[in-house]
Each structure stands twice: as structure tokens, then as C-alpha cells.
Design a protein around this ligand. Structure first.
Ligand code: NAP
Ligand code: GCO
Length: 266
């Protein structure tokens, strides 16, 4: 048996949401190099165009769609178009996400809802749109991008933690409901990854020193560094491939060891 063949994504169609740059872009690029046909979406045309240019520069023939993943009609329409123009989606990565770092007592209910809408309601909406064709085809992979905040809290991220904790449970529930149709739904919980989303936490101080949060994360991570989007490539390919066909409802934390560590002794 050639075990490496089990990791191939040859002939598969993969939809990665919010994948013009950052973590989604890295995951989609890894899928392309494993043989999959890449489809991605972003909320604005200018980001889709930017994404298409980056994929083309990397030699990847990706197809991009403008879609706000919180809008059920837009999502249904996009999935129908993908099925007609590219093929049935074999792999869905719910990657699009936002964060608002605001102390809870200063956060409006509207701001809280916006985060829940993108980070929790949207994965439900997109998964719901792709599952019927996966059932007909007899297989499917859904990967939800969770977070450290699926397990831990921290000051200022109440909505994000509530959404990512919920996403962990949505992952387990999709596994429970559709596992019998050979659909695997797993999560990836990235640690602290250097992307535009976390750029404010790494900004240099006025005196040129590192941001205190940057220092905190490096000291809290046994790997002693921030992760890069590329660190997520291998785990994402594994969870999209036949090699993980009996892995279901699992959250794979890719965090340089943060969740295993109590922190440096004084
Ligand atoms: P990012 O750089 O901000 O990228 C997120 C992408 O999602 C952007 O392309 C964004 O588009 C898109 N998006 C936002 N709202 C959308 C919507 N309603 N419809 C469609 N697309 C939308 O973030 P990232 O750091 O790569 O994070 C990707 C995922 O990983 C997120 O779910 C995030 O929560 C999660 N995550 C990140 C880290 C980290 O340390 N970076 C750690 C754990 C988990 P626009 O730019 O147009 O808004
Ligand atoms: C924050 C960070 C986190 C990380 C990530 C951790 O403010 O705490 O932005 O949300 O991006 O999700 O896994």
C-alpha cells in the first residue's frame, strides 16, 4: 500500500471561504499542491481580484467568487454556481472570520452579533449549503477554523470566544448528524498565527520595542514563536484527505503547544 496516495487530493474540488490572503490562502495553496481544484470566496470584489492575482502568481488555477458568507441567499447561489462551473464540492473549509477586541462592558450587542454572524452563523450556512450534494456523492470533508478561543478566554474577546467555542460544538454536531453519510467534519484550532488579523498584537511600540502581547505569546508558546499560515498546511491536507476518513468531530490544535503549557515558572 502506498500510504502517501491517501494524502492526495487529486480530482477533488475544495472551497475555502475568505481565502484571498492569510490562513485561508495558505490552506488553499496546500490543497492545490496536493492536486485539488481550488475555489475561494471573499466579501469584496477587490479582495477576490487580489486573491486571483496571488494564486496566478503562484501558478495556481483558482476560481474566485464574491460572497458574504453570512447571507444565506448569496451562499446558496455561489454553491449552485460552483457545482455548475467547477463540480460538486468535496472539501469545504470554513475559514472566513472576524474579531473585535473590545472589553465586554464597552461592546454593543450589535458588535457582538456581527462576530457571531461571521464566525458561527456563516459556517452553519455554508455547511448547510454543501452537505446535500456531499450526501448524494457519498463523501465530504468539512473543516471549521476554530481557535485557542474555542478552549480559552481572554480579556476583550468575548464575542470571538463565544463564536469559536460554538464552532467547536457545531463541528461535533455536524459529525454526529452526517457521519453515517461518510462526511467528516473536523476543526483546526490555530494558535497565534502572524496574519493581518493579528497584526495589531505585533505592532512595534513607539520606542521600537516589541508589543507586550507579542512577548506574552512567545513566552506562552513552547515553540517560542508565532505560527505562520504555512504551519497549517499539513494538518489541513490531512483533514481533507482520505488519510483522515475515520477522524470525525475532532479539533486539531496547531498551536506550538500553547494548550499543553501552564506558562513559565516565576
Ligand atoms: P484574516 O487575515 O483577517 O482573513 C480573514 C478573511 O475572511 C479575509 O479575507 C476576510 O475578508 C474574510 N471575511 C471576513 N468576513 C467575511 C464574510 N462575511 N464573507 C466572506 N469573507 C469574509 O484572518 P486570518 O488570520 O487569516 O484568519 C482566518 C481564520 O482563522 C479566521 O476564522 C480566524 O478567526 C481564524 N484564526 C486566526 C488565528 C490567527 O492567529 N491569525 C488564530 C486562530 C484562528 P476581508 O479582508 O475582505 O474582510
Ligand atoms: C486574540 C487573537 C486570537 C487569535 C487566535 C488564537 O486577540 O486573542 O487575535 O483571536 O487570533 O484566534 O487562536
Amino acid at each position: 500500500m502506498d500510504i502517501l496516495k491517501n494524502f492526495s487530493l487529486e480530482g477533488k474540488v475544495a472551497l475555502v471561504t475568505g481565502a484571498s490572503y492569510g490562513i485561508g490562502y495558505a490552506i488553499a495553496s496546500a490543497y492545490a499542491s496536493a492536486g485539488a481544484k481550488i475555489v475561494f470566496c471573499d466579501i469584496k470584489q477587490e479582495f477576490v481580484d487580489k486573491g486571483l492575482a496571488s494564486y496566478a502568481a503562484d501558478g495556481i488555477d483558482a476560481k474566485g467568487y464574491v460572497c458574504d458568507v453570512t447571507k444565506e441567499d448569496m451562499v446558496k447561489d455561489m454553491v449552485q454556481r460552483i457545482e455548475a462551473e467547477v463540480g460538486v464540492i468535496d472539501i469545504l473549509v470554513n475559514n472566513a472570520g472576524i474579531i473585535k477586541r473590545i472589553p465586554m462592558l464597552e461592546m454593543t450587542a450589535d458588535e457582538f452579533r456581527q462576530v457571531i454572524d461571521v464566525d458561527l452563523n456563516a459556517p452553519f450556512i455554508v455547511a448547510k449549503a454543501v452537505i446535500p450534494s456531499m450526501i448524494k456523492k457519498g463523501h465530504g470533508k468539512i473543516i471549521n477554523i476554530c481557535s485557542m478561543m474555542s478552549e480559552l478566554g481572554r480579556e476583550t474577546v468575548s464575542a470571538y470566544a463565544a463564536a469559536k467555542g460554538g464552532l467547536k460544538m457545531l463541528t461535533r454536531n455536524i459529525c454526529s448528524e452526517y457521519g453515517e453519510h461518510n462526511i467528516q467534519c473536523n476543526g483546526i484550532g490555530p494558535g497565534y498565527i502572524a496574519t493581518p488579523q493579528t497584526a495589531p498584537l505585533r505592532e512595534r511600540q513607539a520606542d521600537g520595542s516589541r508589543h507586550p502581547f507579542d512577548q506574552f505569546i512567545v513566552s506562552k508558546t513552547p515553540a517560542a514563536r508565532w505560527g505562520s499560515p504555512e504551519d497549517l498546511m499539513g494538518p489541513a491536507v490531512f483533514l481533507a484527505s482520505d488519510a483522515s476518513d475515520f477522524v470525525n468531530g475532532h479539533i486539531l490544535y496547531v498551536d506550538g503547544g500553547i494548550l499543553a503549557y501552564i506558562g513559565k515558572q516565576p
